[in-house]
Design a protein around this ligand. Structure first.
Ligand code: PLP
Length: 356
């Protein structure tokens, strides 16, 4: 069975070495030495000084909203995973959906500007499929209207833009280290901020809002454990190789697929890409469904991702029309993409799609 992604695991002995240390120290969580080591190594790898390793890629978004003091309207993208809208609702803010650009499916800065009201406090945008948003234009809008900017960078680990990590942009950037992502710690998340005061606040929120006996604010449990950090320490030195392996598979899809019937999102100039996903957009939803069924008949399981367009989530109290996102979400399918995906399975996948 070929799934859309497959988690990468390090050699077991390497992980066991870390476990032996954990068993000796009997320090399992609460900012232990492996968590601290992973944070140091991430700083080095990403070239970012202000970051925290956390429980997952959702809690970091929630803590970002809380730390920035947001309570009203947040302009966000309809083309993302449901977590990026859920966190806005969970924090009792109102999501306002700005439609996406037709070429790379990231939020359209011109549409953001039209939705700004006196209640707008922030922009929460997603770097889609490992590509990067229009960060300069978003920054200019935020400056002009005094808005905060949060980037959901769950897909962009290892991506650089203008030679800098994608996480260097916005007031706060986040990443998910879930088992299916480019770099993972089974479950895990990252938050970075250009503002040390905000990061300090998030650090406080991460551990229930208290420092020893000082109960400063109502926080949450946003921490992660030594066992999770150990996985990260095994995988981080391999990330460049894993991205290179993805790139090779990406290239094979590019060569073998017949693009007369398919569309692919474009990449921003100066992006050094992490090859996180391989989405293809069909001419119609019917064609997508036919391809999906044909692949599944051969035990190949692509995924409708992102789907649905988040402005159409059934539990929203209010929403905005986003025709481009709604259309792309109906027609986009992510094909299998992971570092040890066999070339013959890519050939098989392409053959099935091309024959339809
Ligand atoms: C995976 C993902 C998340 C959620 O991350 P978790 O670590 O699973 O909580 C949020 N946003 C996007 C865009 C994602 O792809």
């Amino acid at each position: 069975m070929i799934n859309v992604t497959k988690s990468y695991l390090p050699p077991l002995e390497e992980y066991v070495k870390h476990l032996e240390g954990i068993w000796e120290r009997v320090h399992l969580t609460n900012n232990g030495p492996l968590v601290q080591q992973l944070e140091q190594d991430l700083k080095q790898y990403l070239g970012i000084d202000n970051l925290l390793y956390c429980g997952n890629g959702t809690i970091v978004l929630q803590m970002a909203i809380k730390a920035l003091g947001l309570t009203k309207e947040i302009i966000t993208t309809p083309f993302s995973y449901c977590a990026s809208t859920n966190v806005i609702l969970w924090e009792n803010c109102t999501p306002v959906f700005a439609d996406i650009l037709p070429d790379d499916y990231t939020i359209d800065p011109a549409k953001i500007e039209r939705l700004i009201t006196e209640n707008t406090e922030a922009i929460l945008a997603t770097h889609v499929y490992g590509n990067v948003c229009r960060v300069e234009e978003i920054e200019a809008i935020a400056q002009k209207h005094r808005l905060k900017v949060i980037y959901d960078g769950a897909h962009t680990f290892g991506t650089t833009y203008n030679g800098q990590s994608a996480f260097a942009y916005g007031d706060v950037s986040t990443c998910s280290f879930h088992a299916t992502k480019v770099f993972h710690t089974v479950e895990g998340g990252l938050v970075t901020s250009t503002d040390p005061v905000i990061l300090d606040k998030i650090q406080q929120l991460r551990s229930f809002g208290h420092r020893f006996d000082d109960y400063l604010d109502y926080g949450i449990n946003g921490k992660n454990s030594e066992l999770h950090a150990a996985m990260g320490l095994c995988l981080l030195p391999r990330v460049s190789d894993l991205i290179a392996a993805r790139k090779e598979r990406f290239g094979l899809y590019d060569t073998l697929l017949d693009f007369s019937e398919l569309q692919r999102p474009s990449l921003r100039p100066t992006v050094q890409y992490n090859y996180a996903y391989y989405p293809v957009v069909f001419r119609s939803e019917a064609k997508l469904l036919a391809a999906k069924a044909a692949l599944e008949a051969e035990q190949i399981y692509p995924r409708r991702y992102f789907y649905p367009s988040l402005n159409q989530l059934p539990f929203l109290k209010s929403t905005q029309p986003c025709p481009i996102s709604e259309d792309i979400a109906l027609r986009v399918l992510c094909l299998p993409m992971y570092p040890d995906l066999e070339f013959e399975n890519i050939e098989k996948t392409c053959k099935i799609i091309n024959e339809l």
